[in-house]
Design a protein around this ligand. Structure first.
Ligand SMILES: [Zn+2]
Length: 247
């Protein structure tokens, strides 16, 4: 293949911008914020699950507490009514009086038991509420960290995208100076060799594979017409001669 030295040199510029673009893409993919966001998101999900559980527990216990409260009130109302009857003097029959007194003792015991139960529920409710408050506050903190990490990631991406746009513009400019045929060869070689399709020959060394070429190869290269498109005898990449090739 033939291409004039200016076109070959433009191909090196094109390769340089493609390398910049690949680096920028790599940096974009490996931003530390990606892992940080995934980690925070997982923590936030766990915390939210625990928060929902605690919230349900608080609702259940609030209901249980109201029920216990109502039960105590109900028995207390009955006790008040019995006491009123007892104190009114309306009951003169000793048997009825005794039965009423027995009932009052039973009610007193019942109130005491219900109040113990109510206290237990209240303690549990208080614990659940404390847990819920702590989880909510942890979740708020994690969500703030998450929002910050997302902002940091987005800001980093904006900067990288700006750099990529500049590299893309430079690449387009370089590509304008390279014949389509050479670009097609470059794309093919580049795909084969991990992103590096064209390399400069500097100080007798291919900058693609970093190997120093032997005397015979260097003599062949020196003898080749300057518009010959050469391949590195070591790695097969398009080898572009420069003023510092050392030929
Ligand atoms: Zn090479």
């Amino acid at each position: 293949m033939k291409a004039d030295p200016t076109a070959q040199s433009a191909l090196l510029d094109l390769q340089a911008q493609d390398s910049v673009l690949a680096q920028l893409q790599h940096r974009k993919n490996s931003l530390p914020e990606h892992a940080q966001i995934a980690d925070l998101q997982a923590k936030a999900n766990d915390l939210d699950g625990a928060r929902i559980e605690a919230d349900t527990e608080v609702s259940d216990l609030t209901r249980a507490q109201k029920k216990a409260d109502a039960e105590v009130e109900q028995v207390k109302t009955r006790r008040a009514r019995d006491e009123e009857r007892l104190n009114s003097g309306a009951i003169s029959n000793p048997k009825d009086l005794e039965s009423l007194q027995h009932e009052l003792v039973a009610l007193e015991r019942r109130i005491s038991t219900l109040e113990d139960d109510e206290l237990e529920v209240m303690e549990k409710l208080e614990e659940a509420q404390t847990r819920l408050t702590a989880l909510e506050s942890d979740l708020t903190a994690i969500n703030e960290d998450l929002a910050q990490a997302v902002d940091a990631r987005d800001a980093a991406i904006v900067v990288l995208d700006e750099q990529a746009a500049a590299a893309q513009a430079d690449r387009a400019q370089a590509a304008a100076g390279v014949p389509d045929e050479l670009i097609a060869l470059y794309d093919k070689v580049r795909a084969q060799y991990g992103g590096l399709g064209a390399a400069a020959l500097r100080a007798r060394r291919c900058e693609g594979c970093r190997l120093e070429l032997n005397g015979a190869d260097l003599r062949d290269i020196a003898a080749a017409p300057e518009d010959d498109v050469l391949r590195c005898p070591e790695c097969g990449r398009i080898l572009v001669r420069t003023a510092e090739s050392g030929l």
